[in-house]
Design a binder for this molecule. Structure first.
Ligand code: MRU
Length: 340
C-alpha cells in the first residue's frame, strides 16, 4: 500500500483527497508539483510529506537543464524554500529537506544521482522504521484489545505500513484478534476516508465513530488503549498531532486508559523543548463550513480550524519509536533516538 512510487524521473502519488470514493494516481515531475501536492493534501501525514519533499528536490535536479553545479544548487535552495513553506507543523518535512541539502557532489550528474538515492533512502528507511515500530508496539496490544486511533497514521501517511496503524497491523498479523475504533477526524475526515479504507483492505475489524463519541465509548469500558501518530515530538516529549488528539489524551487519563504515540526519529524535534513553541497550522474555513463542496454551516460564521493540537508529555503513557517502547521521562531517550 505504498502511497509514493518513483520510476523513470517521475513520482506517482495516490490522491488522498479523492479516497475512498476514487483511487486516482497523480504524477509529479518537479519540486513545484511536489509542493502543490503537499499543500493541497493529495499527500499528507508527517513522514509521507517528508518523503514527497525529498523526491521533489530530486525531481527538480533530474529535470533541470542546468549544467553548472553552483547554479543548480542555487535553484535547489529556492525549491527547498518553496517546499518548506507548504505545511508548518510536521517536522519530518524540514528533517527531510535538511538531509537533501546535506547531499554533496562534485558534478551535476553526480548531484542528480545522489539526490535521487537520498530520497529513495529516506523512503526505504521510513518503511523499515514503521515495521520496527509495529513489532515493538504490538507488545503493548493485548489479545482481543479494542484499540482507538485518530486521524490516519497508516501506510498512506508514511513510506508504507504506518506508525500507529503499523502497531495495529502488527498486532493483527500476530493473530491478536483486535478491534479498531476509528475516529472520523473532523474536518478533513482522515479517519473515515483513509484509516477505515486501509483497515478494510487489510481485513482488520473496525468501527467508525464521530470524534465526539470517544468519551462515551471510554465511559462504557469499550476502549483498552489509544494509539496515535505524531507530527512533531519536542525534546521533553510533548506531542503535536491531529486536532482532537489532546482531547483523547485527557479522556484517557480520566478513564485510566493507556495513551500511546508511535513515531519515527524524523518526528523528534530536539530544537524545541516545549510544545507551546510548535507552529500550529490553521487551515481554510471551507474545510469546516463545507462537506464535499456543499455548504453545511451558517453563511458568514467565523471559523476556527487548527489542524493540530499539542498533548503534554505528562499525558503520554509511552512513545513507540523504531528503537523500542519508551516510558517517561522521555527527554534522555528521545535525545538518543533522534541522534541515531
Ligand atoms: O493533516 P494531516 O493529515 O497531514 O495530519 C496527519 C496526522 O496528524 C498524523 O497523525 C501524523 O502526521 C502522523 S502520520 C504517521
Amino acid at each position: 500500500m505504498k502511497p509514493i512510487l518513483y520510476a523513470d524521473k517521475e513520482v506517482r502519488l495516490i490522491d488522498q483527497t479523492r479516497l475512498p470514493l476514487e483511487e486516482v494516481w497523480v504524477s509529479i515531475k518537479s519540486g513545484a508539483e511536489a509542493a502543490e501536492a503537499i499543500k493541497s493534501m493529495k499527500i499528507r501525514g508527517a513522514p509521507a510529506i517528508g518523503i514527497t519533499a525529498a523526491y521533489g528536490l530530486a525531481l527538480h535536479a533530474l529535470h533541470s537543464p542546468l549544467t553548472d553545479l553552483a547554479a543548480l544548487k542555487a535553484e535547489l535552495a529556492e525549491v527547498s524554500r518553496e517546499l518548506a513553506a507548504t505545511r508548518p507543523t510536521a517536522v519530518n518535512l524540514f528533517w527531510a529537506l535538511k538531509r537533501m541539502e546535506e547531499v554533496q557532489a562534485q558534478t551535476v550528474p553526480e548531484l542528480r544521482e545522489r539526490l535521487l538515492a537520498e530520497a529513495q533512502a529516506i523512503a526505504a528507511e521510513d518503511e523499515a522504521m514503521c515495521r520496527a515500530m509495529g513489532r515493538h508496539g504490538a507488545e503493548l496490544v493485548p489479545a482481543g484489545a479494542r484499540v482507538l486511533t485518530h486521524c490516519n497514521a497508516g501506510a498512506l501517511a508514511t513510506g508504507d505500513y504506518g506508525t500507529a496503524l503499523g502497531v495495529i497491523r502488527a498486532a493483527h498479523e500476530q493473530g491478536k484478534n483486535i478491534h479498531v475504533w476509528v475516529d472520523e477526524t473532523r474536518p478533513f475526515l482522515q479517519g473515515s476516508r483513509l484509516t477505515a479504507w486501509e483497515l478494510a483492505h487489510e481485513g482488520i475489524p473496525a468501527t467508525l465513530l464521530c470524534d465526539n463519541a470517544a468519551g462515551h465509548l471510554m465511559q462504557q469500558g469499550q476502549v483498552d488503549l489509544v494509539v496515535v501518530g505524531s507530527d512533531r515530538i519536542t525534546a521533553r516529549g510533548d506531542v503535536a498531532n491531529k486536532i482532537g488528539t489532546y482531547t483523547l489524551a485527557v479522556l484517557c487519563r480520566e478513564h485510566g486508559i493507556p495513551f500511546y504515540v508511535a513515531a519515527p526519529r524524523s518526528t523528534i524535534d530536539l530544537a524545541i523543548e516545549s510544545g507551546r513553541d510548535i507552529p500550529i497550522e490553521q487551515r481554510d474555513s471551507r474545510e469546516v463550513t463545507h462537506v464535499h463542496g456543499n455548504e453545511v454551516a451558517t453563511r458568514g460564521v467565523k471559523v476556527f480550524n487548527p489542524a493540530f493540537d499539542v498533548t503534554p508529555a505528562e499525558l503520554v503513557t509511552a512513545i513507540i519509536t523504531e528503537q523500542g517502547i519508551h516510558r517517561p521521562p522521555f527527554g534522555p531517550v528521545l535525545a538518543q533516538v533522534a541522534k541515531r
